[in-house]
Design a binder for this molecule. Structure first.
Ligand code: UD1
Length: 421
């Protein structure tokens, strides 16, 4: 397995592009299953999770062609060969569960293995299942697979999610586009990736209102057609690289960045003493004079502080002035980076869903282990600010979510290299 070696090398400066959003692309791709006409996605990120989703869609009979060095994906699901999403592919990535809604909608049946993904919590699928059952699906769990069917097709209904789950909202919205009648989804998630999905579905002929609010209304139509759609900017990659000059000092421009994707996060950076400015091309981030100040963070569904930036924010707080309390409210097991950061000299106490970080002057390089996607990158960020060499082992999760990380950070002056293992 590959490792990444980072050596603290002073301030970072320059400009780097931000890719299309992994989490948007992973929900836009299964939307191909809703139509027999082609769907073209532009601004796609070059990531191993995208390859896994391509593999899954191909196994269902879709054609997926990657063009322009992976930035354009041509998808076509003229016919669906099978409605079974096999464990061998699904176990690699939780987002595989996003084929459930589209398959049920178009084929009136789906057999989908319960997913895998990062080990950050239990991550069940009850919210997806209850919502799809309200639309008339019959769903049973057998041999690790969800067996879902909707004889005669799904029917629109009103349903309130017990929690604003991102994946459940995406599955239900896709399923409801081809249901008979109107679906009103209450307590829907409001993430920018859902807004992006709705924009794409609308181009395909879906009738949807209310995206970006907690109530989404979908009027079912008989069929959807082809479309071309650019994937929205990855707000998590954006936030991650905004933290690089925050931790190391310097001034970095993130091309394609937008404050509205990350308002709660930008407010915390401001309170910590980091300046964020909108430019014509994106966002410019610089550390104001002196040491970063400790700020408390609570992760919440959008528009709150994203759980996917909690690990990276913790890396920043490790060398802040004062004590920061980080509360994780979305996933129950998402502090696995804390003991690794402590190996680098950080002072952190974890109790249940709360981590208390007492800022230290300087971190020291150490060999550390990447335990999940966002944890991996938090260790790289910490390594950039540490004295000496940090070896981040087991970085395969990193490649699931960050394209060309060595190239991008290297372009800003970071000393970072990959060792093939
Ligand atoms: C998506 C993102 C992930 C991000 C998360 C929260 C993708 C591919 N992944 O994941 O990067 O961290 O949103 O912003 O878009 N839950 C249940 N039952 C369910 C579904 C969820 O209990 O049926 C719980 C989960 O265990 C978790 C919480 O709800 O505690 C949030 O999950 P959800 O919003 O569904 O996240 P994902 O869609 O898996």
């Amino acid at each position: 397995m590959d490792s990444i070696i980072v050596t603290g090398n002073g301030p970072l400066n320059g400009a780097i592009p931000i890719a299309g959003a992994k989490n948007a692309c992973l929900t836009l791709m299964p939307a191909t299953l809703l139509s027999d006409e082609p769907l073209t996605l532009t601004n796609a990120p070059r990531l191993s999770d995208i390859k896994t989703m391509s593999e899954l869609l191909r196994s269902l009979g879709a054609e997926v062609t990657s063009m322009q060095d992976g930035q354009v994906l041509a998808l076509s699901s003229h016919t669906i060969a099978t409605t079974k999403a096999d464990y061998e592919i699904v176990r690699k990535m939780r987002a595989s569960n996003l084929v459930l809604g589209p398959l049920l909608a178009r084929e009136h049946e789906a057999i989908v293995s319960l997913p895998g993904g990062c080990a950050i919590g239990a991550r069940p699928m009850d919210i997806h299942i209850t919502a799809l059952e309200t639309l008339g699906a019959e769903i049973e769990l057998k041999d690790g697979y969800l067996h879902a069917k909707a004889p005669g097709g799904l029917k629109g209904a009103t349903h309130e999610l017990r929690f604003a789950s991102v994946g459940a909202t995406e599955n239900v919205v896709m399923a409801a586009t081809l249901a008979k009648g109107t679906t009103v989804l209450k307590n829907a998630a409001r993430e920018p990736e859902i807004v992006d999905l709705v924009h794409c579905l609308r181009k395909m002929g879906a009738q949807i209102e209310g995206e970006g609010t907690s109530t989404i209304t979908i009027q079912g139509v008989d069929r959807l057609h082809g479309a071309t759609h650019p994937v929205v900017t990855d707000r998590i990659e954006l936030g991650t690289y905004m933290l690089a000059p925050a931790i190391c000092g310097g001034e970095v421009e993130l091309l394609g960045g937008r404050i509205d994707l990350l308002e709660a996060f930008c407010e915390k950076l401001d309170a910590a003493g980091i300046s964020v400015e909108e430019t014509e091309k994106g966002l410019k981030v610089a550390r104001k004079n002196g040491r970063v100040k400790a700020v408390d963070v609570v992760t919440e569904p959008f528009p709150g502080f994203p759980t996917d930036l909690q690990a990276q924010m913790m890396a920043l707080m490790c060398t802040a002035e004062g004590t920061a309390v980080l509360e994780e409210k979305i996933f129950e097991n998402r502090f696995m980076h804390a003991p690794e950061l402590m190996r680098m000299g950080a002072s952190i106490e974890v109790q249940g869903g709360t981590a208390t970080v007492h800022g230290v002057e300087r971190l020291k390089g150490a060999p550390v282990m990447a335990t999940d996607l966002r944890a991996s990158v938090s260790l790289i960020l910490a390594g950039l600010a540490a004295e000496g060499e940090t070896i981040v082992n087991r970085v395969y999760h990193l490649d699931r979510g960050y394209e060309r990380v060595e190239e991008k950070l290297g372009a800003l002056g970071a000393k970072i290299e990959r060792v093939k293992g």
